[in-house]
Ligand binder design. Structure first.
Ligand code: MTE
Ligand code: LUZ
Ligand code: MOS
Length: 765
């Protein structure tokens, strides 16, 4: 079954923020933002902008009616700079004008007198200065100190991983309209309508019941709109409140890239200890997260780094410590995987390091340590594991040994092109790690013509959540999917939503929808009992648009039944609430059962490196992926393909670059390269692992949004292996391994992304 949006997408008929018809009198906002990464804001000169053509108002922090604050977790983020600026791109003033162009023109006429202060960009420096967003977090299993004493091999090193630009096709934006009694209606391109509502209320001083937030769909979010849609909605709301006119702001691409945060870069130290059988007996990691200038979502991102620091492996003795470091970059934020991929990259680096030094294939170490049923994660949850199954089935189908052999044979015959192959197992926990966030609601109306309207807290952003929820409703009522319509995510219909994030939107909102439909269906079947001369409703079901009795179709169709129920004054609507059962986590002890379940998978990634130019191609990604039982393979395969490409992009060609002044140099698509049709893997093969074990996924169809991104990490190590093949042939063996800075200064370090430049430098002295 295709994504229900595919037709309107292809025809250009799908409605995004910028397609909403504008109300007469709408003003356009544009932000004047800081050109300095860190400094004291002495004064702002707005006079020239204020008298500029078409300008209605210029707003600075002192004009804000409510609180000048949008920090969701920690109140450390002013909407408009006041007293100090903390990153280049920090909003200082808002211009409102009669047209977009006039607003932009006027914003250029604003200037600010800023006394520069030393910017801090390196998270290790921030940590040394004691500038942390929250106190350090730690996971501990067993006793790693004692365990290292007993290891046969111990290796330590450093791994760095850079950020990533979200590059949703639709940039950030919002449109705020004044409503009766001083209220506001806000259209926002957000993953978190309630988060937007809260931010709008805070800056305007309005109560939540006075503010309606509505979201049709997003042209991509990828985590970038989980928290960071708030500022633009708040800016429009402040403008609408002060002028009593509608205000719209849709960011230009370069504004968006400059002013918004990205995936968190991390720097980490690791220490890994193995025994003679290659069992990882002890692991220590220290993570320095580059949080940027304010907290945003950095604390839970940091926590998820710890949750995934051992990836798919069971390690009996683990100490993992994580620091969230405040720097003068735009606040970094959620990005597909939410800190998990950064944690996984470090243990994969440690394993590659050990493999190199021990002269074994990294896959041997990986395989020897896969987490099994009943093993304990470093946070106390007991694994119901399919890590070994996905590895074994993937290997049986795609033959890692044969691919390795093929790679070696190619390399023996080729001087300037070298191939590399790597295995990449993945294990990702499904649920918000903050237990209270794991709740959702759904509002279902059955209309008297038999058509069905569904509203939930889930936001459609291309991932197909609306398709899955429509499938749930259609299945529950035994109707074709055309009879179901998903409506906008709206805070008046569904209140207090969790953001659409953590890959859990289909599970949470799908389950709530299932419950709502179940209640209405049960009432309908009670009405049907006498109409089809059944004994009890238990004998009845809804299928193919008809009531069935003991599995056989009766003459009573759905529409007739619905009208009959209505005439008997039966409620045809339901608002249901779902909260994931059985989950908990206690940060006091750093133990619990935070995840409803885990998603497992194993990928084999193959690459070819051009050893004269440093360029490379991704030949294939072949994976065995744990679906539970997919309710929509075309949506799920799309998520896997997209996730893999995005993960590879992060690990290879995408390079977020800030200069020493904290200025984003990769600030446009000419300087920030994302995978295109030419650089995606030549082959993506997916072997579904179908399991029927009961899980907490909707219709047993496991969450798929984030886990596949992490298969992309394999590309980094496959490239590393190709480089190793070249260097083994072209340099003396004493030169040192992939992880080591060798005596002659050649460095093959763990420092993602592996851009062509870095590959070239790694190939030669
Ligand atoms: N797929 C598309 N096409 N666009 C997106 O923005 N976001 C990803 C993933 N897949 C995203 C996507 C992220 S970060 C998450 S958390 C999940 O979708 C969220 O949706 P779900 O909970 O319905 O899987
Ligand atoms: N967002 C969040 C997330 O607030 N908590 C999470 O645990 C999470 N996990 C993945 C992606 N977004
Ligand atoms: Mo996704 S990072 O949970 O929005």
């Amino acid at each position: 079954m295709k994504n229900i949006d595919s037709k309107s997408h292809v025809r250009g008929e799908s409605v995004y923020l910028d397609d909403i018809p504008l109300v007469q009198g709408t003003l356009y906002a544009c932000v004047f933002d800081s050109q300095v990464a860190h400094g004291r804001l002495r004064s702002i000169r707005t006079a020239e902008a204020e008298t500029s053509d078409g300008v209605v108002r210029v707003i600075t922090s002192k004009d804000i009616v409510g609180e000048n604050q949008i920090g969701g977790i920690i109140p450390d983020e002013p909407l408009l700079a006041d007293g100090e600026v903390h990153f280049q791109g920090m909003p200082i003033a808002i211009v409102l004008a009669e047209s977009e162009e006039l607003a932009r023109r006027a914003a250029k006429k604003i200037s600010a007198d800023i006394e520069p202060l030393e910017p801090v960009l390196d998270p290790r420096v921030a940590a040394a200065n004691g500038d942390l967003i929250v106190p350090p977090k730690r996971f501990k299993l067993g006793d790693s100190d004692a365990a290292f004493e007993r290891c046969d091999h111990v290796f330590e090193g450093r791994a760095d991983v850079n950020g990533q630009e979200h590059l949703y096709i639709e940039t950030q934006g919002a449109y705020a309209l004044p409503t009766e009694h001083g209220g506001l209606r806000v259209y926002s391109s957000t993953q978190g309508p309630t988060a937007v509502q809260r931010a709008v209320c805070r800056v305007t001083g309005l109560a939540m019941h006075e503010v309606e937030v509505d979201v049709q769909r997003l042209g991509g979010g990828f985590g970038g709109k989980e928290d960071q849609a708030n500022a633009w909605a708040a800016i429009c709301a402040v403008g609408a409140q002060l002028t009593k006119r509608p205000v719209k702001y849709a960011l230009h691409r370069m504004e968006d890239m400059r002013m918004t945060g990205k995936r968190h870069p991390y720097s980490a130290d690791y220490r890994i200890g193995l025994d003679k059988e290659l069992k990882i007996f002890a692991y220590e990691a220290t993570f320095y997260q580059n949080a940027g200038a304010s907290a945003d979502l950095s604390p839970p991102v940091l926590e998820r780094t710890l949750f995934h620091c051992t990836n798919s492996y069971f390690v009996p003795n683990v100490t993992a410590t994580a620091y969230s470091c405040r720097t003068n970059l735009p606040p970094n934020t959620a990005f597909r995987g939410f800190g998990g991929p950064q944690g996984m990259f470090v243990i994969e680096s440690a394993i590659a390091h050990a493999a190199e030094k021990l002269g074994v294939n990294a896959a041997e170490i990986q395989k020897a340590n896969l987490i099994d049923n009943g093993d304990e994660f470093p946070y106390g949850q007991i694994a119901e594991s399919d890590a070994i199954t996905t590895w074994t089935q993937g290997d049986e189908k795609y033959h890692f040994a044969a691919l390795q052999h093929e790679t070696d044979a190619f390399n023996a015959a080729s001087k300037y092109f070298k191939k590399g192959v790597a295995m990449m197992p993945v294990c990702f926990g499904i649920s918000f790690t903050k237990t209270p966030m794991n709740q959702a609601r759904s509002l279902v109306h059955v209309y008297t013509d038999g058509s069905i309207a569904v509203s939930t807290g889930a936001v459609e952003m291309g991932q197909g959540v609306n398709t899955k929820i429509a499938q749930v409703a259609a299945e529950m009522f035994g109707l074709p999917i055309e009879k179901v319509r998903l409506h906008t995510t709206n805070t008046l219909r569904i209140a207090n939503t969790s953001p659409t994030a953590a890959s859990a939107a289909a599970d949470l909102n799908g389950k709530a929808t299932q419950m709502a439909c179940e209640s209405i269906r049960d009432r309908l079947l009670e009405i049907a009992v006498p109409l089809v001369e059944a004994e009890t409703a238990a004998d009845l079901s809804l299928k193919d648009g008809f009531v069935h009795r003991n599995g056989e179709r009766t003459s009573l169709d759905f529409n007739t039944l619905v009208m009959d129920a209505h005439l008997q004054r039966v409620n045809l609507s339901e608002h249901a609430h779902y909260a994931t059962p059985g989950i908990n986590f206690d940060w006091e002890t750093a133990r619990g059962h935070p995840f409803a379940y885990h998603v497992y998978g194993t990928a084999i990634v193959g690459v070819t490196v051009d050893c004269l130019r440093g360029r490379y191609e991704i030949d294939y990604v072949k994976c065995c992926h744990d679906f539970g039982s997919s309710m929509n393979t075309s949506v799920d395969y799309g998520q896997i393909e997209g996730g893999i490409v995005q993960g590879i992009g992060w690990m290879t060609i995408e390079e977020v670059f800030y200069d020493a002044e904290g200025r984003l140099r990769s600030n446009a698509l000419s300087t920030y390269k994302v995978p295109d049709i030419y650089s995606i893997p030549k082959e993506i093969a997916i072997l579904p692992l179908v399991t029927s074990r009961e899980n907490l996924a909707v219709f047993n169809s496991k969450a798929v949004g984030e886990p596949p991104l992490m298969y992309g990490i394999g590309a980094y190590f496959a490239i590393g292996n190709a480089i190793k093949a070249f260097r083994q042939e072209n340099s003396p063996p004493s030169e040192g391994g992939m992880a080591a800075a060798s005596a002659d200064g050649v460095v093959l370090s763990f420092d993602a992304p592996f851009t062509a430049e870095k590959v070239l430098m790694s190939l030669y002295k």
